[in-house]
Design a protein around this ligand. Structure first.
Ligand code: SAM
Length: 512
């Protein structure tokens, strides 16, 4: 561990940070106030400690007193003490009075370092007064304050119902887990009359619109993970050229048209460099460059309705505008979740792999929160549904989710049981189901003592419970071949399960 012995300021801060509001206020603050300039300079860590300790505790009156003390320090003759006070103030909820004071200092100071600290404090507490002030703000501060003001005035939201009539040249990227692309494509071709598939690549199905469309039309598709509108590309992924091209893409007429059509309120976006880790420097540069080109589009990492994702593409990168919708509108029925719930688009893909068969009797032996059963029922043609799970909590959740999905006319029975005890479920005897669709435990979060045995038992149970011609669709976490002669492999695809590969398999029980 690093020692703070060579850094007495840090060591003092660690000590003061552990003290209570009362100790700081009754002992340390008076000592600091009485001290000679040199000692005050050496004990400046107290200013930081007051900001942190009073942000975590203290009554409203105590916070007010601490804030007034820090405000007084903004006029200290020692610049370092002023800077510490600027950094500490936003932590305890500074308001309009402090904002005015910081702005006044910004007008008078000649120190670039002090201007930077004032900018950082205003980033956090600045409002309309900062925007109106006749002072030159650093680009980042101006944008952060504008975003803060816009956010406070109206939260702004993505509009699902507005149609984009002028779509010429637009490319839409549906992104999802590797291995599911064919199913995503098939869903678009079958259901997405307003879109044409332009290209399929690993983890990506690219579409071009062929008719005016709304975001609701896109979210009628259930198998993709996220959707992004391509705003433009940069032929290189780093350096000033890339930043300039990406900023031009983010502020292009196309981007502005998309923001204007699909946003209620001020357009705010969060920037993410995908696959590059946390890139604070690049985010700041790009956000500042885009702001200089178009001050109406605001970069705002906090609760922004949009994300602009920078994806690597060959040697360059692509900027994509993605709605940040949480919860996903496709999960409108979800009341609750289980910890090992399936990735929702995967459940939808599994349902489509199973296909719509009239009068299907569907069983999920490991139903969890019920996603696969709900997705299959959404496709239609289901006569009845059975869900079993060892967890009573999961059974209650799947029951609630299924009821909320308003699939009322389809009878559903949820039973807390080991799947091997299927015979206790009324109606679910041998040859009782036409489809078994399931995402079994994988042993990742909760260790499964004998996963191999469990999967073998699943094959044996499926061979018994399925009617001739019935299907088993499941995510096989093991490279384990079926040994039930009655079950024939129909399809197998390796799918990314979020960090590990799994095989999505479909078997059909042989006709007698
Ligand atoms: C991967 S989760 C299923 C998630 C579900 N598809 C969903 O979307 O919420 C696996 C489930 O299997 C259940 N489970 C584990 N062993 C079981 C067994 N022997 N019989 C029945 N359920 C079991 C767990 O309680 C867990 O809810």
């Amino acid at each position: 561990m690093k020692s703070d012995a060579k850094n007495p300021g840090k060591e003092l801060y660690q000590q003061l940070r552990r003290r209570s509001c009362a100790q700081l206020w009754l002992e340390e603050v008076p000592r600091f106030d009485r001290a000679a300039p040199r000692e005050r300079f050496e004990r400046v860590a107290l200013v930081r400690a007051v900001g942190v300790v009073f942000s975590e505790g203290g009554t409203a009156a105590e916070k007010d007193a601490a804030r007034a003390w820090l405000r007084g320090l903004l006029h200290d003759p020692e610049e370092k003490i002023r800077r510490y006070a600027m950094a500490a103030l936003p932590k305890i909820g500074a308001g309009a009075g402090e904002e005015t004071e910081l702005l006044a200092l910004l007008q008078t100071t000649a120190s670039e370092r002090e201007k930077k600290f004032l900018g950082q404090a205003l980033d956090k507490i600045g409002g309309a007064a900062t925007l109106d002030a006749a002072v030159a703000l650093p680009a980042q501060t101006a944008q952060k304050v504008a975003a803060h003001v816009a956010r406070s005035a109206s939260p702004s939201a993505v509009r699902l119902d507005r149609a984009l009539a002028d779509f010429a040249g637009l490319r839409i990227h549906l992104r999802g887990r590797a291995g599911l692309e064919k199913i995503v494509r098939a869903e678009v071709e079958e259901r997405g009359q307003k879109f044409r598939v332009a290209e399929v690549r690993r983890e990506l199905v690219a579409l071009t619109p062929v008719a005016p469309f709304s975001l609701a039309d896109i979210f009628a598709l259930r198998c993709f993970g996220t959707v992004g509108f391509v705003l433009g590309t940069a032929p290189v992924s780093d350096g000033p050229d890339a930043i300039e091209k990406l900023a031009a893409a983010i502020t292009s007429p196309l981007a502005r048209h998309l923001f204007a059509t699909f946003t209620e309120g001020a357009p705010r976006y969060r920037l993410d460099f995908i696959a590059k880790g946390h890139q604070r420097g690049a985010v700041r540069l790009l956000a500042n460059c885009a702001y200089a080109l178009c001050p109406d589009l605001l970069n705002d990492p906090r609760s922004a309705p949009w994300a602009i994702d920078i994806h690597p593409a060959g040697r360059g990168c692509t900027a994509e505008l993605r709605p940040r919708l949480s919860p996903d509108p496709r999960l409108w029925f979800r009341q609750q979740d289980v910890p090992a719930a399936s990735h929702p688009p995967l459940a939808a893909c599994m349902a489509r792999l199973a296909g719509r068969v009239e009068n299907d009797i569907v069983w999920d032996p490991f139903c969890g929160s019920g996603l696969e059963l709900i997705e299959r029922t959404f496709l239609g043609g289901v006569r009845s549904v059975f869900g079993t799970d060892l967890s009573a909590g999961a059974i209650a959740i799947s029951r609630a989710n299924f009821a909320a999905a308003q699939l009322g006319s389809v009878p559903a029975q949820f039973t807390c049981a080991d799947f091997r005890d299927f015979a206790i479920v009324p109606g679910l005897g041998p040859e009782g189901a036409t489809l078994i669709i399931t995402n079994p435990p994988m042993g990742m979060r909760v260790p499964i003592p004998n996963l191999r045995g469990l999967i073998e038992d699943l094959f044996a149970t499926a061979a018994a419970v399925l009617r001739p011609g019935g299907r088993l669709v499941f995510a096989n976490p093991l490279r384990l071949e079926n040994r039930q002669p009655a079950l024939r492999l129909q399809s197998r695809e390796t799918v990314d399960f979020g960090g590990f590969d799994c095989r999505l398999e479909m078997y059909r029980k042989a006709a007698r």
